[in-house]
Design a protein around this ligand. Structure first.
Ligand code: ATP
Ligand code: MG
Length: 312
């Protein structure tokens, strides 16, 4: 039996979240927030953390600065039970400031080491020792991007199953190496906007059918609308779980964690979708992307209350 259930390559940074700032933010004024949290950020790291919290054996390969923010981010992952044996070090850790307003939010990122992970930094044997390989935030991996098709090809030929959550393309071009990557991806996990942008479709159903021609399992996350999926010409859907939302940061990554945790246990697609929705919803009940999952007792209680306690 391999040591790791899943190996994840990707970015690592902290999120600094300022709650309660005014909707309009004039310059040269002192604007007061009503709340502040420093928490683990970055799609890849949130996924790694929450998968480990659910009970999967997770290896995370990343690049981080030798500074206090990098150290704190690593500690959060280590405390969460993520294997960090193959982390590379760079100059300065990246950081994201999130300013949630009433309906919209500002997201400001200094990339630092987020975009500096290179193909040469990856221990391919370590990655291939897992049963499954996942990559998040494709377009933030500026150094790695040209080599991502080869990375996926190697993982597939080593016998792993694979998944990809591109997240947004900051340039909104969607024209990079995606067409070369998708033939080596088993599960694609975009949200609805991303699904439409990457398939040049005007609606989700067209996006689903176009992407399903390229990838075996396409899963589209739809926020409070739950999630839909297509596999083998069959369409599946699952409703969101109603919750009182603190913030939606990391809901998509937490959905991925729930979905992949069940996939790795051999569950059927309906179960994977339902568990994804459950974990996405649970994430929104606390600050940031991992705070809910750091409270193991609360997580188990939430899963049990929704009839899924024995699946973690
Ligand atoms: N308001 C909500 N109520 C209940 N569940 C939610 C809510 N928002 C998100 N979710 C759950 O989280 C999942 C992922 O959310 P979303 O569609 O916003 O992903 P995303 O845009 O990829 O998120 P991220 O910003 O983390 O990348 C949804 O499919 C749903 O299951
Ligand atoms: Mg997302």
């Amino acid at each position: 039996m391999s040591k790791l259930d899943i190996a994840i390559a990707g970015e690592l940074n902290l999120d600094l979240i300022l709650y309660g700032l005014p909707e309009q933010m004039p310059t040269e004024r002192e604007l007061l927030a009503s709340g502040f949290t420093i928490t683990l950020g970055s799609s890849s790291a949130i996924l790694a953390h929450n998968l480990a919290a659910l009970g999967s054996r997770v290896g995370f390969v990343t690049k981080v600065g030798k500074d206090s923010f990098g150290t704190m981010a690593m500690e959060r992952l280590r405390d969460g039970g993520v294997d960090l044996a193959r982390v590379a070090y760079g100059e300065k850790s990246g950081v994201t400031f999130i300013l949630p307003h009433a309906s919209q939010r500002h997201i400001l990122t200094y990339p630092g080491t987020i975009s500096e992970l290179r193909f040469e930094d990856l221990d391919l044997d370590y990655l291939a020792s897992a049963r499954h390989f996942h990559l998040s935030s494709l377009f933030l991996q500026r150094e790695l991007l040209p080599d991502v098709p080869e990375l996926f090809r190697r993982m597939k030929s080593a016998g792993l199953t694979t998944s990809l959550d591109t997240n947004d393309d900051p340039d909104d071009r969607w024209d990079c190496v995606l067409d070369e990557i998708l033939p080596h991806v088993d599960i694609l996990l975009p949200n609805q906007r991303e699904a439409m942008r990457m398939s040049q479709a005007d609606d989700v159903e067209t996006a689903l059918s176009r992407l399903a021609r390229k990838v075996e399992t396409v899963v589209v996350k739809m926020g409070a609308g739950g999630a839909v999926a297509v596999r083998g010409g069959r369409r599946f859907s699952a409703p969101a779980v109603p919750v009182t939302v603190v913030d939606p940061i990391g809901a998509g990554d937490s959905f991925d964690a729930g979905f992949l945790h069940q996939f790795l246990r051999g569950a059927d697609l309906t179960t994977c979708l339902a568990y994804g929705n459950l974990c996405g919803a649970f994430s929104t009940t606390a600050c940031g992307g991992t705070e809910a999952f750091r409270d193991a007792a609360r997580m188990q209680e939430f899963l049990r209350r929704h009839g899924a306690g024995n699946q973690a």
